[in-house]
Design a protein around this ligand. Sequence first.
Ligand SMILES: [Zn+2]
Length: 314
Amino acid sequence: MLLALYHDFQSGRMAHATLLSGESGIGKKTVARLLAQGLLCRSEGERPCGACRDCRRFLARTHPDALFPAPAPREKTIKIDALREMIDALSRHSLEGGARVVLIENAERMTAQAQNCLLKTLEEAEEGTYFLLTCDQESALLPTIRSRCRCIRMQPWSGERVEKALVEKGVPGDRAKALSLYCEGSLGRALAMQEDASYWQARDTVRRSFLSVSRLADLPAAMQALKDQKDNGDRLLDILEQELRALMRARMLQEQDAADDFPALWQNAPPQAIRAVLEAVFAARKQKNANVGWAALSEGLLQTISEEATKWQV
Ligand SMILES: [Zn+2]
């Protein structure tokens, strides 16, 4: 789909309204901005060139024919005023005589009123005006808007591609590998996790506790690692779940390379054992919501894990 979009762009046949949707962090805004810049760029060669006057002004957000309806400062939604301002600008002639682009990022933040206002504009826009919208959930937009756009659903990235991109951005190889397993195909999410020191601390705690018990005798040390983590409990359970899911995937797809990233004990864990532990995690989360104390809850979970581990190690 993305290739088709690129082709349309290259051949000068861009749809006049395009909606890019898909999970956050997979590059929708990057693609939308490149397209917007490319539509304004007047280089004879590859577009966007990044060097011409139009490109430079687009990047500095000072191009008179690039409009960015967005939430007002300190507001979360895109209100009708922002759309009215855009319509006002569109009612005048293109200031530079070339294409005009309207880029609406996080289009689902438009209020219903704003969406209706946009709808009218989409119907009446002049030739040479291009609308580019991005959103996480297509369904958050009015069906009437979607039906007037070329809808492109962007897919999550493969783990390999995320890993490669992270390494290119200077992330050390082992971290890039780990992040590619957890980020669910979202480079943006991987980068946010990479920068979050508390995430790595919590992950380390999970590995030193829940993922290191192989028999009952290991419980006291694991309990010790968890004892001051009461306030961090939800996060630890989330990370444990994330780790188990990534491991399950690696085991089911027989990606031994990915499984090797986990503590030795878990590298050969059978999928049914991983599933049993995942269920224990869900149960622990329920207990937590029912105000069961962290010590009792984590001990119960550790016990279940050690019981499962004893089974597959025999
Ligand atoms: Zn250019």
